[in-house]
Design a protein around this ligand. Sequence first.
Ligand code: ZN
Length: 140
Amino acid sequence: MKISHIEHIGIAVPNLDEAIAYYENVLGLKCYKKETVEDQKVTTAFIKVGDVKIELLEPTCPESTIAKFIEKNGGKGGMHHMAFAVEDGVAEALAEAEAKNVRLIDKAPRGGAEGLNIAFLHPKTTQAVLTELCEDPSKK
Ligand code: ZN
């Protein structure tokens, strides 16, 4: 697969507003967008750092995988996943990863925040980092 850059870093937070306040008031960065992704049971907030984005993820309900992640981390959340932008398409990248014995969480691309097509690879087969592959369909 051909990866062009780190699209974003996903960070799970129990409280989106408190997290945004830290990034804005301490680090001097700016949150430019909030978006709820019903499919993933999260509300996201995006912060730009150069060409890379930070995606803050707050669960919308206790059944959210992000809620479970936060619970496992003593209620504090933390670094959750790393997302790579793939140039040759997420479907193609998934097929390649599967052929190389990587466990797929998503068998096919689905819609994510910011209008991206996304899919996750299982951390058991990605050196313990939950890995997201993304493509921007508007740039195809
Ligand atoms: Zn993400």
